[in-house]
Design a protein around this ligand. Structure first.
Ligand code: ZN
Length: 311
């Protein structure tokens, strides 16, 4: 009995203290290490940004060899690298991964036309007019809750094909829209996951040679509106963050930074930019024209305002 107890009582704390010692020793050693011991391993900082349709990554490259490495790894996985010179010897390789899914609204509209066109002929009438504020108008509006921006299109279709907008049609319409939106979302998730897999594979490959630090902005609840497309935005961010934490190798660092002004200030001279169009920004001082997302990704990569260290 006694040795058993001894083992149990002596064993587990030992293991624990060992583990704890190893871990704390590891991190404590890692702190001062990078300077002297890891001198041949260079740091590769990657900034991430995203928008509705794409995820953008900016790799900061320090020399020619690093540039070639990043470009070859990235283009092996189907991205087109673009070199951006920020001045004073700072170079970034920027890639843009696009989620290969059609726009939600146009996808739903396309299906809606078929849906109304094929609606049973018995339920049609020659001249249907949906008065503004009438029962049918209100009910159709309510049925369009899954995606409100198609409402006026539905009214057009109903009048064009002469479908009688009774309660049955309204009911069918709502079911149809819900189904369509759900289907699109599933599709989107699959495509986004494919894209994130490719992006993380790049990081993992590069981490064999470099100390990779991935940076991402802290924007979980920004711009969440009622439309489905915007609700997607919230979980897109979470998915990107989760992929960075869980689908990357052990040595890779993941840092969340403060989002202050990343899509406002010019990386070259640091002054405010003005919008030329939704995509393009121009610096008010040096006059350089930037792509909004590429500029944000570069600013994220440069930022030192660390909010959380996730990994
Ligand atoms: Zn500038």
């Amino acid at each position: 009995m006694k040795p058993d107890v001894d083992k149990a009582s002596g064993g587990s704390p030992e293991v624990r203290s060992d583990e704890g010692g190893y871990r704390s020793g590891g991190t404590a050693e890692e702190g001062p290490k990078p300077g002297p011991d890891r001198s041949e391993r260079m740091q590769l900082v990657v900034g991430f940004d995203y928008n509705v349709r794409s995820v953008i990554a900016a790799y900061r490259v320090h020399d020619r060899e690093m540039l070639l490495d990043v470009c070859s790894v990235v283009s092996e996985r189907g991205f087109a690298p673009k070199l951006i010179d920020v001045g004073e010897g700072e170079y970034y390789v920027v890639i843009r991964g696009v989620v290969e899914v059609p726009n939600l609204v146009s996808y739903v509209k396309e299906g809606l036309r078929k849906f109304v066109e094929k609606y049973p002929f018995v339920m049609r009438y020659r001249d249907v007019k949906v008065e503004r504020g009438s029962w049918a108008w209100r009910e159709i509006k309510r049925s369009c809750r899954p995606i409100p921006s198609v409402f006026s299109y539905v009214i057009e279709l109903v009048e064009e094909y002469g479908v009688v907008p009774n309660w049955l049609f309204v009911y069918d319409l709502e079911l149809y829209l819900r189904k369509k939106v759900r289907k699109w979302r599933k599709w989107y998730v699959v495509e986004l996951r494919k894209l994130l897999n490719r992006l993380m594979a790049c990081l993992n490959r590069l981490s064999e040679k470099y100390d990779v630090v991935a940076k991402i902005e802290w924007l979980p609840y920004v711009n969440v509106r009622s439309e489905v497309t915007d609700r997607v935005r919230g979980w897109r961010y979470t998915k990107l963050m989760r992929a960075l934490v869980h689908c990357t190798r052990k040595g890779i660092r993941v840092v969340v930074i403060e989002p202050a002004g990343t899509s406002r200030y010019c990386p070259v001279c640091g002054s405010v930019t003005e919008a030329l169009s939704y995509r393009e920004l121009r610096c008010t001082k040096c006059g350089r024209v930037w792509d909004r997302d590429e500029m944000a990704a570069i600013n994220v990569a440069r930022s030192r305002a660390v909010k959380y260290v996730l990994k």
